[in-house]
Ligand binder design. Structure first.
Ligand code: PGA
Length: 247
């Protein structure tokens, strides 16, 4: 059985006051949830979020980490620092990192190695652009991203993969449940061909304009095990409704 997982990606949003307010509302609202839950605030709000989530079912993760273990890398945050702080999760290879910071599959792979070594659970994001989908290249692109990040990695038993079609992120456009299911089935089949991965046990999240109103039909698909939620994760009642739909 794959336990449902709902992760909030807060991106570059928030203040000390909004983090207090959001987690103050969210943590009691999800106290009885059956789905596993995590939130990923900005680095600067991680310690505050960890304090507010202590003793609740909400785990905390980061949105990225360095590929290096430690050293003279100004501005970087090491995976070890995140696990030492108490983070359980890290999002890697988000399309915004790939797009705005030129992250390659090789870099995502190196970050994944660092995250696993630090004992973090990684959520590796993959997904095609609208142009790639229109050109019929979606599976080829996603397959190459999976291969590039995951081949020759050890310690992948806790891996989570998030399928986030770039054209659906923050746009209000969602993949149809069938489009999402088709790609999730392809991802599961691709994972089965990569050494060290138990594809049947690996959780696959859908991401891209997931909302309270469309979550249930996405979660009803056999290969969708939860969601990576951006915009709707910033509103406690919306995120709570998505968590409830996953339970
Ligand atoms: P969105 O973002 O839900 O706002 O589309 C999802 C993501 O980028 O993780």
């Amino acid at each position: 059985m794959r336990r449902a997982l709902v992760v909030g990606n807060w991106k570059m949003h928030g203040s000390r006051a909004s983090v207090d307010a959001l987690l103050g509302s969210l943590t009691p609202a999800v106290a009885d949830a059956t789905a596993e839950i995590a939130v990923c605030p900005s680095y600067v709000h991680l310690a505050q979020a960890l304090e507010l989530c202590a003793g609740t079912p909400v785990a905390v993760g980061a949105q990225d980490c360095s590929h290096m273990a430690s050293g003279a890398y100004t501005g970087e945050v090491a995976a070890d620092m995140l696990s030492d702080l108490g983070c359980r999760w890290v999002i890697l290879g988000h399309s915004e990192r790939r797009q705005y910071h030129a992250e390659s599959d090789d870099l995502v792979a190196a970050k994944l190695t660092a995250a696993i070594a630090a004992g973090l659970q990684a959520i590796v994001c993959v997904g095609e652009t609208r142009e790639q989908r229109e050109n019929g290249e979606a599976e080829q692109v996603v397959g190459a991203q999976l291969q590039g990040a995951l081949a020759a990695q050890a310690g992948l038993q806790d891996l989570v993969v998030a399928y986030e079609p770039v054209w659906a992120i923050g746009t209000g456009l969602t993949a149809t449940p069938q489009q999402a299911q088709d790609m999730h089935a392809f991802i599961r089949q691709s994972l089965a061909a990569i050494a060290g991965i138990d594809a049947a046990q690996t959780r696959l999240l859908y991401g891209g304009s997931v909302k309270a109103g469309n979550a249930a039909e996405l979660f009803a698909q056999v290969d969708i095990d939860g969601a990576l939620v951006g915009g709707a994760a910033l509103v406690a009642e919306d995120f709570q409704a998505i968590v409830a739909a996953a339970g």
